[in-house]
Ligand binder design. Structure first.
Ligand SMILES: C[S@@+](CC[C@H](N)C(=O)[O-])C[C@H]1O[C@@H](n2cnc3c(N)ncnc32)[C@H](O)[C@@H]1O
Length: 229
């Protein structure tokens, strides 16, 4: 790791494109100042899907992707390097660090034909965003009770944007007295609106996967009917 003032970097390789993202993290700050493991797992799952023996190199090319609670942007920038048009969102105070990462890696996502930009999207503000994603990505965003309802509302609104929109969520299940009930409450709540399809460990990256990190595909049931009709 290189050190520069209170910043340290992490290199993150995308095998399907043979490029390496540099992620700038901060020594001091809140939950958004480092890249969390759930985000590495989800990013590598996208990378695996873009391999020749899965959905193919062009799977994300030109797709509209929105990341919720992007933090330092590992997942969203991965999607951009895989060719997607990506809007990475988070709280306003997170945007400076997120923008720095987007800027520092721009040669990589530009060379793949993808794009990446950051926007404020606070789940609790019920704000509209002028972007209709096909895929919503979120990693390690379920960690406090008050966020469950606004996060679900945001997901439902964004998934309703188009007929084919779905979400890919990754979450580390923490066994602490504070965190454990938050995840259970979230799963109970989300089951009422979304169809949940777990992504099996065997489908994920062999190294960047873990028994305590869930990867789920979330779809609105009405869309499932349309897909199968
Ligand atoms: C644990 S961090 C995960 C960051 C990143 N996804 C990762 O895995 O590295 C949770 C993220 O959710 C964001 N967040 C929390 N509450 C939010 C809200 N009400 N609206 C939007 N983002 C929120 C935080 O700012 C933070 O970036």
């Amino acid at each position: 790791m290189d050190k520069e003032d209170d910043v340290f970097t992490r290199e993150f390789e995308l095998e399907s494109r043979n490029v390496t993202l540099t992620l700038y993290q901060k020594e001091v700050g809140d939950v958004s100042c480092v890249v969390w493991d759930a985000s590495l797992v989800l990013a590598k799952y996208l990378d695996v899907l873009c391999s020749e023996n899965r959905l193919g190199k062009n799977w994300l090319v030109g797709k509209k992707v929105l990341e919720l609670g992007a933090g330092l942007g590992c997942v969203g920038m991965t999607a951009a390097c895989l060719g997607a048009e990506v809007v990475l969102t988070d709280l306003a105070n997170v945007l400076p660090a997120l923008n720095k990462n987007i800027e520092m890696n721009k040669d990589l996502w530009k060379q793949s034909g993808g794009s990446a930009r950051a926007e404020e999207l606070d789940w609790s503000k019920h704000a509209e965003i002028d972007f209709k994603p096909e895929i919503i990505l979120l990693a390690d965003c379920v960690y406090y009770t008050e966020s469950i309802e606004p996060l679900l509302d945001t997901l439902e609104r964004l998934c309703g944007a188009r007929n084919d929109t779905y979400a890919l969520l990754s979450q580390e299940e923490r066994d602490t007295p504070n965190q454990k009930p938050v995840w259970s409450q979230f799963v109970e709540a989300i089951k009422k609106t979304f169809k949940i399809t777990p992504v099996m460990l065997s489908e994920q990256h062999p190294t960047y996967s873990s028994h305590d990190i869930r990867v789920l595909k979330l779809t609105l049931p009405s869309k499932d009917k349309k897909e199968t009709q």
